[in-house]
Design a binder for this molecule. Structure first.
Ligand code: FA5
Length: 348
């Protein structure tokens, strides 16, 4: 009896001293486990006389219940302590000032992109999108710029390792002009399938382009917008009218100094570069080239799947960075990509 009371007291003391669930379970094993003290006393029951066995057995059971009650209550204590420490660790100080969120804004090039889509959309141009990793055929050959043609060197680019492209010559497109051919062929095919008369092709294709270029007016990654209008009677005069009207709406001014300068592209004939004079900023009064343009070459019209005797029109390819520089009077296009928030915030 004395022994049992002693065991119960020690068990309660050890449970109270256990500061975490693992040490509590160890303490439990010491008294109630297979080789625990109470279990050892139970094993002695067999050697007692029947009368003694009954009363001792009852005492052991009572002691066991007392130990279990102490164990259970300590378990609950520890759980409660754990919960309290978690709650106090995660406590929120609702009196702290909020973190605040600064408002983001559109990148100036994205603004230009949106304006272009809005203006051309309003005069019936469709908007198309195409791959930045392009085949050599669409980027050059289909644009009347065959392999080994010297005009290819005007647009040096980044080539994809042939091992990765299954032998198909792939490159980062140097301009958005491959979209002329992609869009026109899709358009022509669509109406050929329906045996219907092919309606005019009237599309712009804005997107990223790449070249081995880098200075204040050239970046290795830049944006162009391609424009293409093909019908039975679209002329260079339409190009001038549409393009100058676009510039007036883009710059919100009728007082623009625009220059069409003769140039050469294998995919247009005649060809021109379109320049605009800075109206503000450090380069005020200087001319900046905005765009290449021209009457689509008959060979390219043939590559569209159309008859150049019947279908004629113009195309242009303009730089979005250049348009943005002229709009805001910026003298170095690298500012657009440096990620300096002091610069970018001025446009949001
Ligand atoms: C072309 O890329 C022709 N595909 C344009 C064209 C389309 C001609 C349809 C005829 C018919 P060019 O290389 O000149 O042409 O580039 C056109 C415009 O892209 C330039 O006027 C300039 O505004 C912009 N541009 C060219 N290279 C860069 C560069 N590295 N960084 C920023 N803008 C550039």
């Amino acid at each position: 009896m004395q022994d049992l009371e002693n065991i119960v007291t020690r068990a309660a003391a050890e449970f109270a001293a256990a500061s975490d669930p693992a040490s509590l379970e160890n303490a439990k094993a010491k008294f109630l486990g297979k080789s625990g003290e109470l279990t050892a006393l139970l094993k002695q029951l067999g050697s007692l006389a029947p009368e003694e066995k009954k009363s001792f057995g009852q005492s052991i059971n009572t002691a066991k219940q007392q130990i279990e009650v102490a164990l259970d209550s300590r378990r609950k204590d520890l759980e409660q302590k754990k919960l309290e420490s978690r709650l106090s660790g995660e406590a929120l100080d609702v009196t702290l000032p909020g973190r605040g969120r600064s408002r983001g804004g559109l990148h100036p090039i994205s603004r230009t992109w949106q304006r272009i889509e809005e203006i051309f959309g309003s005069i019936g141009f469709d908007v198309a999108d195409g791959p930045e990793i392009e085949t050599d055929w669409y980027n050059f050959t289909a644009l009347n710029n065959p392999e080994n043609h010297p005009a290819r060197s005007m647009q040096d680019t980044f080539y994809v390792d042939m091992k990765d492209s299954g032998g198909l010559p792939l490159l980062l497109r140097t301009h958005t002009s491959p979209m002329q051919v992609r869009y026109a062929r899709m358009h022509v095919q669509q109406f050929r399938d329906k045996a219907a008369k092919c309606p005019p092709i009237k599309v712009i294709a804005p997107g990223r382009t790449y070249r081995v270029d880098s200075d204040a007016t050239h970046s290795p990654m830049f944006h162009q917008v391609e424009g293409l209008w093909i019908d039975e009677d679209i002329s260079f005069a339409d190009l001038k009218g549409i393009y100058v009207d676009f510039l007036r709406r883009f710059f919100e001014s009728d007082d623009l100094q625009v220059r069409f300068r003769p140039s050469y592209f294998p995919f247009t004939e005649p060809s021109a570069e379109i320049d605009l004079q800075f109206a503000s900023g450090p380069l005020k009064g200087r001319w900046l080239e905005l765009s290449g343009a021209g009457q689509v070459h008959p060979q390219v019209v043939r590559n569209f799947g159309l008859d150049p005797e019947r279908h004629i029109g113009f195309a242009f390819g303009s730089g979005l960075e250049r348009l943005t520089m002229l709009r805001y009077g910026i003298d170095d296009l690298r500012l657009f990509f440096d990620g300096d928030l002091r610069f970018l915030r001025q446009f949001s």
